[in-house]
Design a protein around this ligand. Structure first.
Ligand code: NDP
Length: 386
């Protein structure tokens, strides 16, 4: 029996993982499921999978959930500080999936490392803002790490523990999102509905908007730099409209390896839990290799790509500024407060602001420092005129 915890079980990644487990239920013990507000879905999941514990962060949803589950064995908690009451460092669980969206994912990611043998991280924001803290704890608690984002999962599988100086370059692909071919003058009028229509992937709202602005690729480049300990000039984005090819690793010995799989997050999720096991998953039709159609990315269409060149070479708090600013701007866009084009305009402005640029030389020390800075950036954006 594999003992597991899923942070963000009601979301797109969390639910996909539970759908995989559903077919193999007898081999899993669900120690913990978590959500923010969606108590109906969380309760349904907890009952179906006999989860032992659940955490529901939103206060009102927590109160409703405790009432509904009063006469059951499921223990209900309100925040991630309760992990120490649920888990034990001497008897680690086998696997944890970190799939909370946005910035809020960092705390639980850091908190669970000591209680789990393997941590699979989908939440890119926590890797981008807190990688030096995550890496330190992975080492300290001897916890294995698997990246879940499809590009990073592919690189991880391709590199297979080879040393950083064994490869020259890594390419990650981007579908180009819903606006790959939109005329530039139409960008100004992009609606929320248009931006939420991704041509290839079905994902949560925040990451779908990030895919439309291409900020998602900026994040993926930063994420890859950190996870695989690379320089930014070793990483490049290629537009690949069909999204079958996820990454290419160009090794120094003349070999290049590439990884293809269906445009379905179930595959990296499935392999993060069953890696190297001969269990059946979806197969790809190899004919897709006839038409990879790779192109360079256009920075006029997607101006946020310029942010990559502005990033610090070392782990710094500047990453938190970019992530929290983007979180806030996506939220404002989804609430009809700013235009789609304002997201990139304001992000570029922020990345050139002297007040923020000085954070490029400050290394993150702890989560409080990261959270405080994120709150400050959010307030600063509220006071900025668009
Ligand atoms: P969703 O928006 O679908 O789900 C987010 C989950 O996090 C939900 O369970 C949500 O609970 C919970 N949550 C949100 N805010 C909070 C909070 N403040 N406190 C506690 N829980 C919270 O996101 P996705 O599944 O799409 O993405 C999850 C992460 O994985 C993101 O970081 C994303 O960038 C990354 N990722 C996603 C991919 C995808 O295909 N979806 C691909 C690669 C990476 P509730 O339901 O109650 O709101």
């Amino acid at each position: 029996m594999k003992k597991i915890a899923i942070f963000g079980s009601t979301g797109s990644i969390g639910s996909s993982l539970l759908n995989i487990i559903k077919k193999d239920k007898k081999n899993f013990e669900i120690e913990l499921l978590t959500a923010n507000k969606n108590y109906k879905k969380l309760i349904k999941q907890a009952k179906f999978f006999n989860a032992k514990n659940i955490i529901i962060a939103d206060n009102n949803s927590f109160l409703i959930t405790t009432k509904i589950l009063k006469n059951t064995k499921i223990k209900v908690y309100k925040n991630f500080d309760s992990l120490s009451r649920i888990f034990n460092t001497k008897k680690k669980i086998n696997y944890s999936m970190c799939a909370i969206s946005g910035f809020q994912g960092l705390k639980p990611t850091l908190d669970i490392i000591k209680y789990t043998e393997t941590i699979a991280i989908a939440n890119k924001e926590s890797i981008i803002c807190g990688w030096n803290l995550i890496k330190q704890d992975l080492k300290k608690y001897k916890t294995n790490f698997i990246p879940v984002d499809s590009e990073h999962f592919s690189i991880w599988a391709l590199i297979n523990n080879s040393k950083r100086n064994n490869f020259e370059k890594i390419y990650i692909t981007a579908s180009g999102g819903p606006f790959r071919n939109l005329s530039l003058k139409e960008f100004y009028n992009i609606s929320i509905k248009d931006a939420l229509k991704h041509p290839n992937w079905s994902m949560g709202k925040k990451i779908t908007i990030d895919s439309a602005t291409m900020m998602n690729k900026v994040f993926e480049i930063i994420e890859a730099k950190k996870i695989f300990d690379l320089n930014y000039n070793q990483l490049e984005i290629l537009i690949h409209p069909k999204s079958y090819l996820h990454a290419i690793v160009k090794f120094n010995n003349g070999l290049s390896k590439l990884l293809v799989h269906d445009t379905d997050m179930t595959i990296p999720i499935f392999n993060s839990i069953y890696f190297n096991k001969n269990i059946k998953s979806k197969k790809i039709d190899i004919k897709i290799l006839n038409n990879l159609d790779l192109k360079k990315i256009d920075t006029v269409r997607f101006p946020v790509i310029k942010i990559i060149k502005k990033m610090s070479k070392k782990d710094s708090l500047f990453e938190t500024i970019i992530v929290s600013a983007n979180d806030k701007l996506v939220n404002l866009f989804l609430n009809n407060k700013i235009r789609f084009t304002d997201i990139s305009k304001i992000l570029l402005k922020i990345s050139d602001t002297v007040e923020f640029k000085k954070f490029k030389s400050i290394k993150p020390r702890n989560i409080d420092q990261i959270n405080k800075l994120a709150d400050y950036v959010s307030l600063k954006i509220d006071s900025m005129s668009v």
